[in-house]
Design a binder for this molecule. Structure first.
Ligand code: HEM
Length: 418
């Protein structure tokens, strides 16, 4: 490897074309500098599949930023967390034993059997959403933005319903949830941060009030269930519960919305694969795994080393911050072979992707995410005939959760088969 080639492998989210597709840059990093020191992030960008998997499963690796050797980004974040102490109590940023305690209290509603019970409600909501689109646009050939008109509102609506938030407040939640998603981005202007933090405050205030209502008069929903998980304050404090609710809100919709957009785009760009998904419901399940692998939303998962650790062939001391990339791992030809950069809905081992993370922090909502994605993709293929890309898609510039802001499509919205 020449110095020039090594030099070319730099993590640069501002590079031309990165927002549209970061994958060429990830490939250069995997080949030229798989454990790459990023000056921008004051940490190590790790891109190869084996290294990413190993780090996520390593019990000595921490999610708690307080374990990092101070650098300008961590100092900044710790200052923010000190002001917003409740945000630091999210399960995502905790280590065991607190992490395990909170995670066990949250786990029940997200188990496969519980999630499967939601299928009919999710299906009905999505069918109603397409009925409303047909009413609005008619049954002829129309152009619409699949993000703002479907992919974004749906997961918010569905999660709000699951949580037990009244219908009329769903749009407000959509805005708040976007604010929360933005606050976790390490690269954010002060002005943007302030707007986002205000949104977060409002969301806390709202959730506090609804949680109080559910505590007084429980109903059959996730929030009532979780409120009772903190009945005995020794198990989960009120502040801890609030932090988990905000986490669930963010985690519960943003990546699902992103997946619906990027997955539909990937299939429109590979019409043979779209036809395959459409023609065979059996392919759908595996196809959703492949869409997660091919262009899933989760770009980076942050970790902190708590002891000297060899990552790839680089020895790193305790306190170093690591940005492990499931998105890059999912395109690594070392694991996925020559077709790593292509979408194949029949790929036999697509389910082994790392989009849901791995180890103790592996996504708690993966069954719910899959349920929503399977039902939503099935509905897109069933209800939208002659589906085609109708203009340039626009990607958002978030570094952690990649997703489209705009996906113009042309289609005919049919009345549904049943
Ligand atoms: C396509 C959709 C989704 C993707 C790609 C995704 C991805 C991930 C990933 C990679 C992690 C690990 C983060 C880390 O290791 O630091 C994670 C954690 C988590 N996810 Fe998801 N997620 C999705 C949907 C959901 C949904 C629908 C929910 C539930 C409402 C959810 C709830 C959570 C929670 C609570 C955690 C934290 C778990 C812990 O720290 O122990 N996610 N998710």
């Amino acid at each position: 490897m020449s110095a020039a080639e090594v030099g070319a492998a730099v993590f640069d989210p501002f590079e031309d074309g990165f927002v549209e597709s970061p994958y060429a840059q990830y490939a250069r990093l995997r080949d030229g500098d798989p454990v790459h020191h990023s000056k921008l992030l004051h940490g190590w960008v790790v891109t190869r599949v084996d290294d990413v998997g190993r780090l996520l499963r390593d019990p000595s690796v921490s999610s708690d930023i307080r374990n990092a050797t101070p650098n300008p980004l961590t100092i900044n974040e710790l200052e923010r967390l000190a002001e917003q102490e409740r945000a630091s109590r999210t399960v995502v940023l905790m280590d065991d034993p607190d992490h395990g305690r909170i995670r066990r209290l949250l786990a029940d509603p997200f188990r496969p059997r519980e999630v499967a019970r939601l299928a009919e409600r999710v299906r009905e909501r999505i069918a109603r959403a397409f009925d409303a689109l047909r009413e609005q646009h008619g049954d002829g050939l129309v152009e619409l933005d699949l993000i703002s008109e479907f992919a974004y509102p749906q997961p918010v609506e569905i999660f709000s319903e699951i949580l037990g938030v009244p219908d009329e407040d769903h749009p407000q939640f959509r805005y708040w949830a976007q604010c929360v998603a933005r606050t976790v981005d390490p690269i954010l202007s002060e002005a943007e941060r302030e707007v986002c933090l205000k949104g977060l405050d409002d969301m806390y205030a709202y959730l506090e009030a609804v949680a109080d209502e559910k505590r007084a008069a429980p109903t059959d929903d996730l929030l009532s269930n979780l409120v009772h998980a903190d009945d005995d304050g020794a198990r989960m404090t009120h502040e801890e519960l609030m932090a988990q609710l905000v986490t669930l809100y963010m985690a519960g919709h943003e990546p699902v919305a992103s997946l619906l957009g990027s997955g539909t785009l990937a299939l429109m760009r590979a019409p043979d694969q779209l036809a395959r998904m459409r023609s065979d419901p059996e392919v759908l399940r595996n196809g959703v795994s492949e869409l997660l692998r091919y262009d899933g939303p989760n770009q980076f998962v942050r970790r902190i080393l708590t002891r000297p650790t060899v990552v790839g062939d680089v020895e790193l001391p305790a306190g170093e911050v690591i940005y492990a990339s499931p998105a890059s791992a999912n395109r690594d030809p070392r694991r996925w072979g020559d077709t790593a950069e292509e979408v194949h809905v029949d790929r036999p081992d697509a389910g082994q992707h790392l989009q849901f993370g791995a180890g103790v922090h592996a996504c708690l909502g993966s069954h719910l995410a899959r349920l929503q994605a399977e039902i939503a993709f099935a509905a897109i293929f069933e209800r939208l005939d002659d589906l085609e890309l109708a203009g340039e898609p626009e990607w958002g510039n978030r570094m952690f959760i990649r997703g489209l802001n705009l996906l113009p499509v042309a289609c005919r919205i049919n009345a549904g088969r049943s």
